[in-house]
Design a protein around this ligand. Structure first.
Ligand code: ARG
Length: 464
């Protein structure tokens, strides 16, 4: 593209002076929104097809414009297109290039359209495509978690509350908790897809257009479900951006919580899992180190997702309805959040495929901390018909005794137990077996091995 008249702003007849260089530089979004080029060209082609169908532009001009747009798409794909930062954004760049290729007839392209509806159309098309990609990525994460769960149904570990041993659980049950989280994330993205199915094209700058356009036609051709219903709201609305950024943020929270837990479990204090060499890094001074950097990276990056969400909310909070330049930043925020989440999910998948479960150590730790105390209390309720609060007191006495004697609950003799609660019978000893404790949690959603098997089956059917 030569430095000629075509570099001049479209509004040069009205605004005689060139925009200050500093503002041109500051205000150009081209480097960011050039990612929308395919959607922009697609939207423009459908727009001119509709203009022709409605007899607003002649057949020849429609064909010329579409030919030019296809040529531009080809140039961009083949990296032959020169992105000139004198042009404010991707929409202006493409329009300017169209003038270079087909001449004055390019001027028909913007009939009955504004950049305000154009940009939201492009953006929604892009978000639709990208949301579907995120959903696919979430599904592959869920599948990998399910594979981990399947291999660990009978792997006993301590379940924690306050990071203190609470009740024994299956490691698979823990993993399946994250399936639930990622399924909810998926639902949030799917919910937003519904908002993304409303077609903004045709609302013009803010009030609609006097041309006899056919919005149903562009809706169908661009794969939307229905046209938006209020032109002012349409050019102002960025709820679908906030919803997307929120869905990304909460997914990032779930990834971060998993990362934090894995960091703790991989630590020398816990040693419940071991990260394989592929997903650790060394230290520049301490030769023995294998650090969980990728997990820390996932945890740390979460803040960026929140930042993008809060930036968008802040942009919107004091903005009167209709279009304002403040809105231009929406794309930068979304692209950053999208890229980060996509990478995070790929990294997470890699981690989930490259760690070992230290079953022996899990069992050892699960035997610590009087972890079957609740099971003992439940046993006393069932066998001796005590109210739970009474059973709780008896159990606490037994735990205190064991602690004083430096014994685990399963190391206490029948005699010792009977000294505290004479009515206890031999069958109490079964309660201290960790697998029995897990098996007994048969309530729906509980950790019993049977429940877990059923849940894995159910998830696998859902995901396929
Ligand atoms: N680059 C602009 C954006 O992304 C396009 C819309 C421009 N509209 C306008 N009235 N200046 O928001």
């Amino acid at each position: 593209m030569s430095k000629n008249k075509n570099n001049q702003a479209i509004w040069k007849e009205r605004i005689s002076k060139d925009t200050s260089l500093i503002f041109k530089k500051f205000g150009s979004s081209l480097n960011v929104d050039k990612r929308l080029f395919k959607e922009d060209i697609m939207g423009s082609i459908v727009h001119v097809e509709m203009l022709f169908k409605q007899k607003i532009i002649p057949f020849k001009i429609k064909n010329k414009i579409i030919w030019g747009l296809n040529k531009i798409q080809n140039e961009i794909v083949k990296k032959k297109f020169i992105f000139n930062n004198d042009h404010e954004d991707i929409h202006m760049s493409i329009e300017k290039r169209l003038f270079e290729i087909i001449g004055k007839d390019a001027g028909f392209i913007h009939t009955g359209r504004s950049r305000n509806d154009q940009v939201i159309t492009d953006f929604k098309l892009w978000l639709r495509k990208s949301t579907k990609k995120i959903i696919k990525n979430l599904e592959s994460t869920i599948k990998i978690i399910l594979q981990n769960a399947e291999k660990n149904v009978e792997t006993v570990m301590p379940g924690f509350t306050h990071l203190k041993n609470a009740q024994p659980i299956s490691f698979a049950h823990y993993m399946l908790a994250y399936v639930e989280m990622f399924q909810r994330d998926k639902k949030r993205f799917i919910y937003n897809l519904e908002n993304l199915m409303e077609n903004p094209l045709g609302v013009g700058a803010l009030s609609g257009t006097s041309f006899n356009i056919d919005r149903e036609y562009t809706t169908k051709k661009l794969g939307f479900n229905y046209p938006t219903k209020n032109s002012i709201d349409t050019v102002s609305d960025r709820d679908f951006v906030v919803d997307f950024l929120y869905a990304v943020s909460l997914t990032a929270v779930h990834i971060s919580r998993l990362a934090e837990e894995f960091i703790v479990w991989n630590s020398d204090g816990f040693k419940l899992i071991t990260l394989k060499d592929k997903i650790v890094t060394g230290s520049s001074i301490m030769p023995q180190k294998k650090n969980p950097d990728p997990l820390e990276f996932l945890r740390g990056k979460t803040g960026n997702a929140f930042g993008n969400l809060f930036s968008m909310l802040t942009i919107l909070k004091g903005l009167p309805v209709s279009y304002f330049k403040d809105l231009q930043d929406d794309k930068d925020l979304v692209f950053k959040s999208y890229d980060q989440l996509k990478n995070s999910l790929i990294i997470l998948n890699e981690i989930l495929k490259n760690f070992a479960v230290n079953k022996k150590r899990m069992l050892e730790l699960a035997n610590d901390g009087y972890i079957t105390a609740t099971d003992l209390a439940d046993h006393i309720v069932k066998e001796l018909k005590y109210p739970f609060r009474e059973a709780y007191k008896v159990t606490a006495k037994i735990v205190n005794y064991a602690e004083k004697k430096n014994k685990r609950l399963d190391e206490l003799t029948m005699n010792e137990l009977k000294k505290i609660e004479s009515r206890l019978k031999e069958n109490v000893l079964n309660v201290f077996d960790l697998k029995n404790a897990i098996r007994s949690k048969k309530s729906y959603g509980g950790t019993s091995f049977m429940n877990i098997q059923k849940m894995i089956k159910k998830y696998k059917k859902e995901i396929k």
